[in-house]
Design a binder for this molecule. Structure first.
Ligand code: FE2
Length: 392
């Protein structure tokens, strides 16, 4: 039964350049570190080690995570985790690292739980009796530091497996834009596209409250208005630093928005990513304008387009937003079709019937404003493959 109220859930956010130091102020003495990603470098490691030492804490490197985590990444380090008995799980890295830390925390505190049992949404136990979880993103995209979800790839089927529960939300999320400064533009762009997709989809989800919509729309605008300035080509260093901080926080806001509503079709139909080894951000970002044609025209698309300087009625404004996204992607040298991305046509369309069928039941499809069936799913995959201009 639907409740007559909504609850807005977030971790405790700590933000500002240099805020990484916050973890050392929490008084914990056994810090288990899960790390990885392009911007986790020696300088960051030294900073963390110095901060821990000054606070009198012992640290242990529990796991180093590669791109797109697999189920085995969780369990391969569990013996070390249990032997060390951390009172803090400190996750420092990109979305894969932060997601894996959620699962490591869960299975550390619940040693008898099996992965299959944890797949039932919103049935997980409260966490925190052995360790607190501090999440420190070093990319600005997944918003994992604020979300209730952790995504893993099943090596046998190459499909996504989702752990979903509000108890997976970290206790603290430290948003320190200093940690993103060394990112290459390619990652900055791909991850920003994921965050933008979260923000736009969360703003139109059927279960988005007024507060969620406000946060989602502001996050989308911050990304659209500041992404170009955040790239290495910006010669005004102060402007670039400001833009990077805006986007880092916007990514966490977008993550908060999906936690309090839902993602949408670009996430539930994103199967080409794991199937063809393409990154989550690149696939979702590509699909977003095409999925908008199935969800709009929408008042929130119109609000965003208006704030970007477009005029017209809701339908015209919604179309302008989709066109704006396609143009922005071109400007950023991003592909606007799976064909351009190099996905083989025959292998792609062989999988389409299965994907179109499987995606209908997904929560993100059910919560999107679109009314989907297999035929529309086929048409969506067709449009995304050939880059057919979305008409709203
Ligand atoms: Fe995403």
């Amino acid at each position: 039964m639907q409740q007559p109220y909504s609850i807005f859930i977030t971790p405790r956010f700590v933000s500002g350049r240099g805020s990484i130091s916050f973890f050392a102020s929490l008084g914990k003495k056994r810090i288990g570190i899960i790390r990885g990603g392009k911007s986790y470098n020696n300088a960051l490691q030294e900073t963390i080690e110095n901060l821990a030492e000054k606070s009198g804490a012992q640290i242990c490197y529990l796991a180093q995570i590669r791109n797109e985590p697999y189920i085995e990444d969780i369990f391969s380090c569990m013996d070390e985790v249990r032997a060390f008995e951390p009172d803090m799980i400190l996750a420092v890295g990109g979305g894969s690292v932060l997601d894996t830390a959620k699962a490591i925390h869960l299975f550390y505190e619940n040693p008898h739980m099996k992965f299959e049992d944890a797949l039932i949404p919103f049935t997980l136990p409260k966490l925190g009796h052995k360790a607190i979880h501090v999440s420190v993103p070093t990319t600005s995209g997944t918003g994992s530091e604020a979300t209730s979800v952790a995504v893993f790839i099943d090596p046998e089927t190459q499909t996504k497996q989702l752990l979903l529960d509000n108890h997976l939300i970290p206790h603290y999320a430290i948003l320190d834009a200093d940690l993103t400064d060394s990112l290459p533009d390619s990652i900055r762009i791909a991850t920003a596209m994921d965050a933008l997709t979260h923000a736009i989809e969360a703003s139109t989800a059927k279960n988005a409250s007024i507060m969620t919509q406000a946060m989602a729309l502001e996050a989308a605008l911050d990304i659209l208005e500041h992404l170009t300035e955040s790239l290495s080509g910006c010669t005004d260093r102060a402007l670039q630093a400001f833009a990077r901080e805006k986007i880092h926080i916007a990514s966490a806001m977008a993550g908060t928005a999906i936690t309090n509503s839902c993602t949408g079709l670009a996430h539930s139909y994103d199967h080409p990513g794991p199937a063809f080894g393409k990154s989550h951000g690149s696939v979702c970002g590509l699909m977003l304008p095409y999925t908008m044609a199935l969800c709009g025209p929408h008042p929130n698309y119109a609000i965003l387009a208006k704030r970007l300087g477009y005029a017209g009625n809701e339908k015209e404004l919604s179309q302008s937003l989709a066109n704006h996204l396609l143009y922005l992607r071109k400007e950023l040298s991003l592909e606007n079709s799976f064909a351009e991305m190099g996905i083989p046509e025959k292998a792609y369309f062989k999988r389409v019937p299965e994907w179109a069928c499987r995606s209908i039941a997904a929560m993100a499809t059910q919560m999107s404003p679109a009314s989907m069936d297999t035929e529309k799913g086929h048409a969506l995959y067709d449009a995304c493959y050939f880059g057919k201009t979305p008409v709203l």
